[in-house]
Design a protein around this ligand. Structure first.
Ligand SMILES: Cc1cc2nc3c(=O)[nH]c(=O)nc-3n(C[C@H](O)[C@H](O)[C@H](O)COP(=O)(O)OP(=O)(O)OC[C@H]3O[C@@H](n4cnc5c(N)ncnc54)[C@H](O)[C@@H]3O)c2cc1C
Length: 443
């Protein structure tokens, strides 16, 4: 016999925990099923950089350090965060030769951090711990060690099975992350375009020696992109690398970056890789879902998006969907119409804006020499406003290198323009190559 609830949530990440807290606060009998033993442990690589002070997807997160809360004024709610943090001031993109394109003058911005920061690097485990405590305080049941492996739908009920036990409710929220098994089981991925499988590796590194490490650094090298992010611990950074190629030995390419890369290795000469800070993850990247509702199963956050929405946006998903389900149950509309407020919110703020986006498969380092990349990164010759919004960053890169930028490159460096045209022409082929190399059996 299935155990009956008003709402079953699969996954206790930021989206699932927020949904659980809000649903329980609204008086629903709710259970969260989580496959991890320790719900708040962060096993996979996550920078813990929480974007604040900027609108993203129509949402806004602010950090109130006196009240120790991250607040969301668009939605009108907040979550507790009383852990350590460091300030983050934007993106700096580096070429192989160490030239850079800056979004934010970090040396200036760090003089007034509360005003100028665009993110804080936080301890995600503490954030999840506080969210879990609030969930439990509201009366939600949170069950660790439950790996959901089956979903049955029909007659306005959904039954999920995890570790031999059945849980049933009028609605199920799938907050089980980027490789959502619920999405697969219910058939959401059948018509969803698959782009690639990405493998990430992350090292926590202490004692890097470079003056400008107060933001998200993206370093372009002959082995692809590396990221360097501040960690919540002063003097510690997350160094990350990603590939779509299964034959790449990520530890070897990380060692190359830290020990041998011509420019960046000098930043690591006095640094130490923290034994406990090694993380990784594998993500199957699909196109965002146009319709995250099927047979009363509702997908949220990373489960419905292309790869990842971010921590603050995941929290907004949890808040929005739980309120929508509460109203559906109150109004006796156990169907799509009942949760229309969530579906419209998703469509307006997410799908209509960015849903059609594809994953770009362009590996500039395969077409351009290091000298050419240095030229391109140095070309704009000015500092752009700080941001932590990837969509805005890509938009700005389009502005910088499109239109007049393109004319300038054609005039100054026709040899580089020729290579860029060649790279662009091969994008479709490169995308197909990535797709083929993706994890088999992903459907
Ligand atoms: C490499 C990498 C780095 C990132 N760095 C940042 C960053 O610095 N800042 C930022 O804001 N965002 C970052 N993100 C994105 C961020 O981690 C996610 O957007 C956010 O955690 C999504 O929250 P979620 O609740 O939707 O999913 P998740 O956080 O993925 O949580 C899903 C939960 O569901 C559980 N689960 C999965 N399958 C099952 C199952 N079958 N049964 C039961 N439970 C299940 C999982 O164990 C997990 O606890 C990063 C993502 C990646 C891949």
């Amino acid at each position: 016999m299935a155990i009956k609830y008003d709402l079953v949530i699969v996954g206790a990440g930021p989206a699932g925990l927020m949904a659980g807290k809000v649903a329980a606060e609204n008086g629903l009998r709710v259970v969260i099923l989580e496959r991890k033993t320790n719900i708040c442990s962060v096993r996979r690589f996550d920078g813990g950089v929480c974007a604040i002070n900027e609108y993203t997807f129509g949402q806004l997160a602010l950090f109130n350090e006196r009240g120790k809360r991250i607040s969301f004024p668009v939605g009108g709610f907040s979550v507790r965060y009383d852990g350590p943090y460091t300030n983050v001031f934007g993106f700096h993109l580096y070429s192989p030769g160490g030239k850079r394109l800056c979004f934010g003058d970090w040396k200036k911005l760090r003089n007034d951090p509360a005003k100028n920061r665009v993110a804080i690097a936080l301890n995600k485990e503490i954030l999840l711990q506080r969210m879990l405590e609030d969930c439990l305080a509201m009366g939600a049941e949170v069950l660790p060690n439950v790996n959901v492996t089956a979903v049955k739908t029909g007659n306005n009920r959904v039954t999920v099975t995890g570790n031999g036990e059945e849980y049933e409710a009028p609605f199920v929220i799938a907050a089980d992350g980027a490789n959502s098994r619920v999405a697969r089981l219910v058939g959401f991925n059948k018509e969803r375009e698959f782009f690639a499988t990405s493998r990430h590796i992350g090292y926590e590194v202490e004692g890097m020696d470079y003056d400008e490490l107060n933001g998200f650094i993206i370093a372009l090298t002959q082995h692809g992109f590396y990221s360097i992010l501040p960690c919540y611990k002063e003097g510690v950074h997350h160094v990350g690398h990603l590939t779509h190629d299964y034959s790449v030995d990520l530890h070897a390419t990380m060692q190359w970056f830290i020990r041998e890369s011509p420019v960046f290795s000098s930043w690591f000469q006095k640094a130490r890789v923290c034994e406990t800070g090694l993380t990784g993850c594998v993500v199957n990247v699909y196109r965002a879902l146009a319709d995250p509702f099927k047979d009363n199963v509702i997908l949220v956050s990373d489960a419905t998006w292309i790869q990842e929405v971010s921590i603050p946006i995941a929290i907004c998903f949890g808040w929005k969907v739980a309120n929508a389900v509460t109203m559906a149950l109150h109004d006796g509309k156990i169907n799509r119409e009942g949760v229309q407020s969530y579906l419209e919110w998703y469509d307006k703020n997410f799908y209509q804006q960015y849903g059609g986006r594809k994953m770009v498969a362009i590996e500039l380092q395969k077409f351009l020499t290091n000298e050419a990349l240095d030229y391109l990164v140095e070309m704009p010759g000015k500092v752009f406003p700080q941001t932590m919004d990837f969509h805005y960053l890509f938009h700005m890169l389009g502005e910088i290198y499109g239109g007049e930028g393109m004319l300038r490159i054609s005039e100054e460096r026709p040899d580089i323009m020729e290579k860029l045209i060649e790279a662009r022409a091969q994008m479709a082929e490169a995308a197909e190559e990535r797709r083929k190399k993706g994890f088999p059996g992903r459907q």
